[in-house]
Design a protein around this ligand. Structure first.
Ligand code: C2E
Ligand code: MG
Ligand code: MG
Length: 734
């Protein structure tokens, strides 16, 4: 018999529409406790008995007060509640329960059956309404289904909690992935992107959702990106590790800005499909992908690439990059029928600077020079460091030789200013060889080789200048090359020889000294003068060994002459090169040589040029002071044509100034005068220095010097350089 109010039936049908069997099985709701609240003793007791008979745990309360007391002790799952009770009635109990024990379900069991009371009961939170009198099965059924529903709700709640936790966990994992994870719909619009987008590119996720991927890709990389973002394959066939750049938030034109603010990413993408049901075709719903920020790696790669193609000291391109650029420029010049210049620049006397000031200063010099050279160039030009002090320069798009010459002149002009190294002013010059495409060569190798040859040509013809390649240089070049090899062998083969030129005391009319001048008995080319091999020897550093040989031979000859009766007041003048002076043991080796041949220090005069002095004054001063302490004399050779600063005259222990022959060459007749010679003589007297005038070629010059009371002179008129064995005879015969 159905006793529930009919509308309540409809309201609770899903929960109460059970088969009876299930309702009777208390094991479904194990441990659930029911509180029976009724003011009628019999009613209370019979309901309690009935429920216990069906396996429910039961508590009984005679009224609202008692019920609330039991509720407060906790553990009540369901309450069967009478409405009409003295004291606190059912409605009040329900309100209390709704507020304080929302977890407790309430079934109203009442004789009251008005619509209002049922509505009110419902409003107060009742789960069901059972009218008295009721059939026991009815009660049992409603209690069972309420408890079951309650149990069901609880497990749904637990399940939801689990789902939420799981969702939370996955969201956490996805959002904290170091990579950007995204999904696109089938037309390429973002439907999902994780929070990483914010830290890597600066966008809020909402800014991407609904937008097309192409809005965020560097425009040069769109094609590559299409390949991955449009990926429809799955599994191992899906594209991966494709690199491109994404735009960071806030980037805008121009292009450079883009580039620096964009991030290169590597993307693994695959198509996403709906689950396949047997009867329907797979449907492509979009792309899933992982985007990794590899900017750090790219930067590292860039550094490595830079190192492969640049000189690390000057940061200039290296030979490999130069060849690459030249190759491109040649093809471009061919197409556009324009010309280009390849220049070979070699610093003059770099080795001397490097040896004297140290490698650190040498490095600093190269860096400064690289900057200066670069400042002479246009954007399209390429300057590369291809060796210690060698640079290659590519000047594309020129009209002809004059354009190239202009660049070379600009470079030379720019290098005129001294470089300050360790507080010293260092003057740097370059020998520049130029080859023009297409006339001087059409390939990389020929152009570089010919510019090198032109450089070599200027180097061996006075340095500090530029020269264009010319066909006849090939012969000179090869001659120079074989010369260099020849010099190396000449020492072993004893092909060098010393000639001696007398220095004359004009007032006494006697020989007072000899200058040792080196000659080379070349096996094929005959007797070679110093200009033909000394510059090259200096450039290659061979001069140190040659210089040692000269000093040793001059002392040996001096000793030999003495044995032949030549007076020991004849002085020996020996020319010294910069590289020799810079040798750490220079003064030691000079003194050792003197001892070896038993020659007094006062018999030796070392000739150095002003330019050598300027390169490292401090070193020169300390070395010459030690030599001077042993009596060795110092002469400044070619005085007057070098540096203008005369401060060294005070700093060095000097004995002699050798006035360059260019100052006397103007004296051709007895009426001629040379104010420079007069001035130098006056200054020398003031400084207590001796003077030797060089290059005396005629009698008028001797007469002029005598009138000035100049004591010493040297020149072809007074005596040509002669081989050693002719000297004793010459001295004896006056
Ligand atoms: P220098 O030291 O100024 O030597 C004088 C040069 O002038 C010598 O040339 C000599 O032959 C030349 N000469 C002498 N009198 C006259 C003259 O009346 N008229 C003209 N026109 N020239 C005259 P040389 O022997 O060809 O030497 C040239 C330079 O080579 C020397 O200039 C010196 O700087 C260098 N040199 C020569 N021997 C050596 C050496 O053993 N070691 C080093 N480091 N350099 C040397
Ligand atoms: Mg000399
Ligand atoms: Mg001289």
């Amino acid at each position: 018999m159905k006793t529930s109010v009919s509308w309540l039936d409809a309201r609770f049908s899903s929960a109460t529409d059970d088969h009876h069997g299930a309702a009777h099985d208390p094991s479904e709701n194990p441990g659930s406790k029911v509180l029976v609240v009724d003011d009628e003793v019999r009613m209370r007791a019979s309901v309690g008995d009935l429920l216990q008979a069906y396996g429910h745990q039961c508590e009984l309360a005679a009224g609202g007060d008692e019920a609330l007391g039991l509720l407060s002790a906790g553990g009540i799952d369901l309450m069967l509640l009478d409405l009409n009770m003295p004291g606190i009635d059912g409605f009040q109990v329900m309100r209390e329960v709704k507020e304080r024990y929302p977890d407790t379900d309430v079934i109203v069991v009442s004789g009251e059956t008005t619509f209002e009371s049922a509505t009110e009961a419902l409003r107060c939170g009742a789960q069901d309404f059972l009218r008295k009198p009721y059939a026991p099965e009815e009660l049992i059924r409603i209690v069972g289904s309420t408890l079951r529903k309650r149990c069901l709700e609880r497990s749904i709640r637990d399940m939801n909690r689990c789902l939420e936790a799981s969702e939370h966990r996955y969201r956490f994992i996805v959002n904290n992935s170091p990579d950007i994870i995204y999904m696109l719909d089938n037309s390429g619009h973002f439907v999902f992107v994780n929070d990483r987008i914010k830290t890597i590119l600066g966008y809020e996720t909402e800014e991407l959702l609904g937008k097309h991927y192409s809005e965020f890709v560097h425009k040069e990389d769109i094609e590559k990106a299409k390949y991955v973002f449009d990926e429809r394959r799955t599994g191992s066939r899906a594209s991966h590790n494709i690199e491109f750049r994404l735009l960071c938030k806030g980037s805008s034109l121009p292009y450079r800005y883009f580039e620096s603010r964009s991030i290169t990413i590597e993307l693994s993408a695959m198509g996403v499909y709906t689950e396949q049901h047997a009867e329907e075709k797979e449907e492509f719903i979009g792309t899933y992908g992982v985007v990794r920020d590899i900017s750090e790696r790219k930067r590292a790669e860039e550094v490595i690439n830079f190192q492969l193609y640049h000189d690390l000291l000057t940061k200039l391109p290296n030979r490999a990059l130069f060849r690459d650029r030249l190759n491109l420029a040649i093809s471009q010049a061919k197409r556009s029928k324009t010309k280009l210049a390849v220049m070979f620049l070699d610093m003059d006397r770099f080795k001397v600077i490097n040896d004297s000031l140290g490698h650190l200063a040498g490095d600093q010099l190269l860096q400064t020079i690289a900057l200066r050279l670069n400042s002479c160039l246009r954007d399209g030009d390429t300057l590369a460091r291809v060796g210690g002090d060698e640079f290659n320069l590519l000047v594309p798009g020129i009209n002809g030789r004059e354009d190239a010459a202009m660049v070379a002149r600009k470079i030379m002009e720019r290098l005129k200013e001294p470089v300050i190294l360790d507080g010293y002013e260092v003057f740097v010059s370059f020998s520049i060889g130029i080859a023009i495409f297409p006339e001087d060569g059409q390939t990389i190798d020929v152009l570089v080789k010919n510019s090198d040859m032109a450089m070599y040509h200027i180097k061996t013809h006075g340095k500090n200048g530029y020269e264009f390649f010319a066909d006849n240089m090939k012969a000179t070049f090869h001659r120079q090359l074989s010369l260099e090899n020849g010099i190396r062998k000449a020492l072993e083969k004893r092909e060098f020889e010393l000639f001696y030129q007398p220095q004359i005391n004009l007032l006494e009319g006697r020989i007072c000294g000899m200058e040792a001048l080196i000659r080379w008995n070349h096996p094929e080319r005959g007797l070679l003068l110093p200009d033909q091999f000394i510059p090259l020897s200096e450039e290659t550093g061979l001069i140190v060994e040659i210089g040692n040989w000269v000093l040793d031979s001059a002392c040996r000859d001096l000793k030999a002459w003495r044995i032949q009766g030549i007076s020991s007041d004849i002085q020996m003048a020996v020319n010294i090169s910069a590289a020799q002076l810079m040798q750490p043991e220079f003064e030691r080796s000079v003194l050792d040589t003197l001892t070896k041949h038993n020659v007094a220090g006062s018999q030796l005069e070392l000739e150095i040029t002003e330019n050598i002095l300027m390169q490292d004054m401090d070193q020169a001063v300390s070395k010459f002071q030690q030599l001077a302490a042993n009596g060795v004399r110092v002469a400044v050779d070619d005085f007057g044509i070098g540096y203008s600063s005369l401060s060294y005259l005070h700093a060095l222990p000097l004995n002699t100034l050798k006035i360059d022959r260019s100052f006397i060459s103007g004296i051709q007749a007895s009426k001629d005068r040379s104010s420079i010679v007069t001035a130098v003589l006056a200054m020398a007297r003031e400084l207590n220095l001796e003077v030797v005038v060089e290059g005396v070629e005629r009698k008028a010059q001797v007469d002029y010097l005598r009138r000035l009371e100049c004591i010493k002179a040297q020149g072809f008129y007074l005596g040509r350089p002669l081989p050693s064995d002719e000297i004793p005879g010459l001295v004896r015969n006056g």
